[in-house]
Structures are given as structure tokens and as C-alpha cells.
Write a protein that binds this ligand. Structure first.
Ligand SMILES: [Zn+2]
Length: 420
């Protein structure tokens, strides 16, 4: 795999190529220099004597000659992307980085350079740059895997940005995601602190989701899309028509079918790279060890406190993180419980309101809170940011307000009191 730098003159390609070559210990290849050497004259001399078409042909020949090269930094001329066959050849074994700069920056950088002949006669420098950039921008954009802004950036910073992106997608790392997985997760791996390591942690993680309803559907959807390796999705219910305003993994064709099975099929269609284990089972103190024992983390996507307390007791016994969530109407709540470091669910809510009650709920409420649960899980698994330990997040859709309420641990809590 090569690193290919494209962009107009004055965007720093040559200097950045030299820096990257030094950092990686790779060879840097300048297409312009190769043409100059091959033709025995400067670019201005070649263009004056033989014209731009001749030069472009020589450029295409050089690019075609790059096939089979590996671990090279390829510094292309500004017009290398004008021909589709050049783009195809450059992308075949390289990641293409487009170094961007505004016309003013370009003028400031190249106004004293006579290394390149003008492309259009009778225009001022800035007029020419403006016109050529307008014409070429869609081509640079289409050719690029990554776009790097260079305005006001030191060369060192530009090189580091390129290295960061390159490492995320191309460098081998044990045990290694497959190339399709790397492409799929690229945008999240670019998040500071996430990278290949974070993605590997997600891939090797198992998350137990209790409930495949309003909360469980969006939570499972985002965990699957993000590449959590194993999702154990447990629900003992069947899809009902009244579920469909919020349980977004199901369609009318699923009515009467087991939620866990239908959800697992939908999730596999979203991301075939993850394992989804559907569990059509009832969660109680007798079954929880078998259902959730192998998990790294549990999501409470339930609709009743009796079962929530089953999860909570298990979380306390195993010191397993539990992301609690609850919703009703236009309001929802969320907390990250990690015994013995945080209050447990019983510290917050000791009672169990009667189960089976039909309560109002808008689809967006569990949509937001279930997504926030997935965010809490992804952050904890990748090690990014802070969790809601010792806090209850309350979201009121009616007034569009999030509030964080501090929660204290109850030292006399019958569930977790003895663990403090
Ligand atoms: Zn407690």
C-alpha cells in the first residue's frame, strides 16, 4: 500500500512527502522529478517544446509504472488526476490524500516559483489559480480517499494527520480487522482515542441486551453498526402492532413473531461482520447467569423494575457494568452502574412499580435514550470519555432539556451495601 498525495501546486505535497518518507522510512517518489529525469529537461522546457498533451502522456506512463510498488510516498503533479486511468492506477495500490488550500494560500506559497509553466495564457496568477481550482476541485474530490486542509497548518501537522488516517485503515495490527471491516469502521476509528485498538476492543466484546423493545432496538442497531463483536439480545415477547411506533427493527410482517429472532435477522442485515445471538427467554435470577454470564457489559432496555432488579443483583454480584435506562411518554433516564464503584439501581430506585402497565410513549423517546445507552456502552468498551457513574441523566423531550442528577450510594442498600 502506497500513500499518494494529490492537490494543486503550493499545497505542500513535496515537503509533506519528504516528511512522511522520513517518518515511515519509506521512499518518496516525485512524479514530476521522474518525468524530468526521463525526458532530460525541465517541465517548462518539455511543455514549451512538446505541449501539455505530451507531458500528460509522459505522466500517465509514469503512473502506470507504479503498479507493483509498495510502501512508497507518491507525490503527484497537480494535474495527475485529470485522466481517469491515472486515478484508477493510483488508487489500485494506494490511499489518495488530497492536500487542499485556498487560492490566497497557494499564491503566497508559489508566487516566486518558476518551476511550472502557466496553464492558461493572459491571466493573472490568482485568476488562473481560481479558474483551475474550480475546474479541478470535483476531480480532486472524486479521486481522494481523504481530504486534508493545509491552510495555516505546519507541514509537520499535515504529515501527522495523514499518518493518523493511514494507520487507521492500512497498517497491520494484531489480530487485524479485515479490509472490509476497516473501510466500514473508518470514520469512527478516526475519532481521537478510538483507532484500531478501540475497534479491536469492540470486536472482542460481548454485550448483553435485556429487552428488544423501544430501547433495545436502537441500542442494538448502533452497537451492531459500530462493530460490537457479539450481541446477546434477549426478549421473551412477540411483536405487536402497538410496538411499531418505536421498535424500529420490526415491520408489520413481523407481527406475532418472536422479537429476539426478528431483531437478530434485521441486525445481521445491518452488519454481517458481527455475531448476534437471539435469546427468546425469560430473565430471572435462575437464568441470568446462563444468559448474561459471558458478557462484558449489560444494557437494561427493559420495561419493568422487577426484571431490572434481577440485572442489578447480577451486576453487583459480578461487578459487571450495567447501563440502566427507562422511558415513559416524552421523558427518559439513563445511568451507568458499575458496582462497587457506583450506586446500584436499588440505591436509586428501591421499589418495583407493577409490571404490565400500558404507559404512553413516543417513539423518539426510546430512540434518543436507547441511542444514548449504545453511546455509553461504546465509550466504556473503547475507553473514550467519561461515563455517567453516580449520575442519573434525565432527558425531557417536552422542553428539550438534559439534566444530570448526582446519585449517592446508599451504604445500607440491601443489594450493594456490603460491597462498599
Ligand atoms: Zn445499592
Amino acid at each position: 500500500m502506497n500513500i499518494v498525495l494529490t492537490g494543486y501546486r503550493g499545497t505542500g505535497k513535496s515537503a509533506v512527502a519528504r516528511l512522511l518518507a522520513k517518518k515511515l522510512g519509506w521512499q518518496s517518489l516525485s512524479l514530476d522529478a521522474m518525468i524530468v529525469q526521463q525526458e532530460g529537461g525541465t517541465i517548462t522546457e518539455i511543455v514549451d517544446a512538446r505541449g501539455w498533451n505530451y507531458f500528460r502522456d509522459a505522466e500517465s506512463t509514469c503512473i502506470a509504472g507504479l503498479a507493483g510498488h509498495d510502501r512508497k510516498i507518491v507525490d503527484t503533479g497537480g494535474g495527475a488526476i485529470l485522466r481517469p486511468q491515472n486515478v484508477q492506477a493510483l488508487r489500485q495500490n494506494g490511499l489518495v490524500f488530497w492536500l487542499k488550500a485556498c487560492p490566497e494560500t497557494i499564491v503566497a506559497r508559489i508566487k516566486n516559483s518558476a518551476a511550472r509553466p502557466a496553464l492558461t495564457q493572459g491571466k493573472t496568477f490568482i485568476e488562473e489559480i481560481d479558474e483551475v481550482l474550480r475546474e479541478r476541485t470535483p476531480l480532486y474530490h472524486a479521486a481522494a480517499d481523504f481530504e486534508i486542509d493545509t491552510d495555516g497548518k505546519a507541514l509537520e501537522k499535515i504529515a501527522d494527520d495523514i499518518l493518523h488516517y493511514f494507520t487507521c485503515i492500512a497498517e497491520p495490527a494484531p489480530p487485524g480487522l479485515t479490509p472490509p471491516e476497516r473501510s466500514r469502521y473508518l470514520r469512527q476509528m478516526l475519532i481521537s482515542g478510538w483507532g484500531l485498538q478501540g475497534q479491536e476492543r469492540l470486536r472482542s466484546a460481548t454485550v448483553f441486551i435485556a429487552g428488544a423493545g423501544g430501547l433495545g432496538c436502537p441500542a442494538a442497531l448502533y452497537l451492531a453498526a459500530a462493530g460490537v463483536g457479539t450481541i446477546r439480545l434477549c426478549d421473551f415477547g412477540l411483536v405487536e402492532a402497538s410496538n411499531l411506533n418505536r421498535q424500529i427493527l420490526y415491520t408489520e410482517a413481523d407481527i406475532g413473531k418472536e422479537k429476539a429472532l426478528r431483531a437478530a435477522e434485521a441486525l445481521k442485515r445491518v452488519n454481517p461482520h458481527v455475531t448476534v445471538e437471539p435469546l427468546f427467554e425469560k430473565i430471572d435470577d435462575a437464568s441470568i447467569e446462563r444468559l448474561a454470564g459471558s458478557a462484558d457489559l449489560m444494557l437494561d432496555c427493559l420495561d419493568n423494575f422487577e426484571t431490572r432488579h434481577v440485572l442489578n443483583r447480577f451486576a453487583v454480584r459480578k461487578s459487571m457494568p450495567l447501563v440502566h435506562a427507562g422511558i415513559e411518554g416524552l421523558a427518559g433516564q439513563l445511568s451507568f452502574i458499575h458496582p462497587p464503584h457506583t450506586p446500584c439501581l436499588f440505591c436509586m430506585f428501591a421499589g418495583s412499580p407493577p409490571a404490565g402497565r400500558i404507559f404512553p410513549v413516543a417513539g423518539v423517546t426510546p430512540g434518543i435514550i436507547g441511542t444514548a445507552q449504545a453511546a455509553a456502552a461504546l465509550k466504556w468498551l473503547t475507553g473514550i470519555g467519561s461515563t455517567l457513574q453516580g449520575e442519573l441523566l434525565v432527558w425531557d423531550v417536552a422542553i428539550m432539556e438534559f439534566q444530570k442528577i448526582p446519585i449517592a450510594k446508599n451504604k445500607n442498600c440491601p443489594v450493594c451495601g456490603h460491597t462498599s
